[in-house]
Write a protein that binds this ligand. Sequence first.
Ligand code: HEM
Length: 472
Amino acid sequence: MDIPHITRRSLIASAVTGGAAALLAQPAGLIEKANAAANPACDPHSSVDPYGVHQAGITTSAPEHLQLAAFDLAPGTTRPQLVELLQTWQGAIGLLTRGLPLPDAGEPDKAPADTGEALSQRADRLTITIGFGPSLFDTRFGLADQRPTALVDLPAFTGDAIDPARSHGDLSVQCCAETRLVAEHALRTLARMATGRATVRWTQAGFNEPPSNPADGAGRNLFGFKDGTANLDANDPARMARNVWVDPADGPAWLAGGTYQVYRRVLMIVRTWDESVLSEQEDVMGRRRLSGAPFGGTRESDPVNNALMPLTAHIRVANPRTGADSENERILRRGYSFHDGIAADGTFDAGLAFVAYQRDARRQFITMQTRLAANDALNEYIAHTASAIFVIPPGTTANGYVGETLLGAAPPRVTVPNPAADLTLPGAPGAVAPTPPATPTPGAPATPSPTAPKPPKRRAPARRKRPRRPRA
Ligand code: HEM
């Protein structure tokens, strides 16, 4: 598929070569590994590696902004066109996650390839995570027999007030970045590339602010409580293997290294909550508001004793702490607050864009939410208004695309002569040989030919934001 000024080929070539140029242009240590330890002190403008065994944006420490969206494929879209779309997106992901614009020749009589709103930003820790909804496995693309048995439609839970127009979808795209512009630009770019093939079904923006004082631990949600305290440790590979990543033995084979994403748009009725007394708020949550400490403790990190809080306390119902079953049920929460203005009744349309990752949603989210929907004291103050589940395929390489294990390997990439060939990402099989210097000098780096096309320019350095602090 072509988008203005950009062929799929040129985009993929740019992603490989330009991406490599940007990688090497980054000061040492600024390339964050998406699946490695979240580096709390990392530069908020740095790049997160988009390639690896798992997709980025899951165990990557959550940046401040979320743009989540679902797409529906247009009627008549074929399986090769679906593959082409995913490959096109992958090419863009290679550029965007390195803070590079979509390249074009700057012809004044053509629409610019890059929409431009993030030209003054850098990579800003952008991650883009792609998922497939249950509907992708219907009869349209011949994938019905590849649908994972764990990819069940989420049931209707007690009290649900789900708006179907804001729920479900064939494909999901989660863009997270430290700046809202970068996350928005990423989503808009992918939506533009999908023109004629897929339409945006819904979007949901979100924000997360870490505490100003890093010693304050987890950030707070819109009910004023620290949120994330007892979350799974995304830096613990054994825990991620147990609770998040699909194991080869789980099946299907194409999903090994993937995971399941559950999204719930949870309206928080702040007007009612704000008038409830402090003791009621703490009884509802099962933690102290100011410190985040569990009942009987003084610090956020103190061990939780379920017996010390009401039976209906949110954290007690969410985690009954009954041993191995409870431990296997735990999920990796990666939610964001949202505020979408004023609802029809004049109240704030604000809440939690709940996003969670897990190895099997039947054993994890569905079991947990069934219990919460029936017993959680928090239900008086919230309403689930949108719902979706997606299977998240494993990660890919600079020459592949997300979904290749399901839909088939990408055709070989065509390489183009380029001055950055010597900077090609390690392991890129399509890389052309480095261009030798015009006058070879022993030990001197290769210099590009003056007639060769230039790699995309790096963006201007942006103002530094404060370094990220660890989230509990
Ligand atoms: C607006 C809705 C929600 C709010 C305001 C909320 C708030 C909180 C808060 C303040 C905590 C304690 C701090 C922490 O450990 O993170 C917590 C814990 C937790 N929440 Fe929620 N939550 C909401 C929805 C959900 C949903 C939909 C689920 C899953 C179905 C969920 C699952 C959990 C779990 C598993 C814990 C940790 C329990 C533990 O192990 O101690 N929450 N939540």
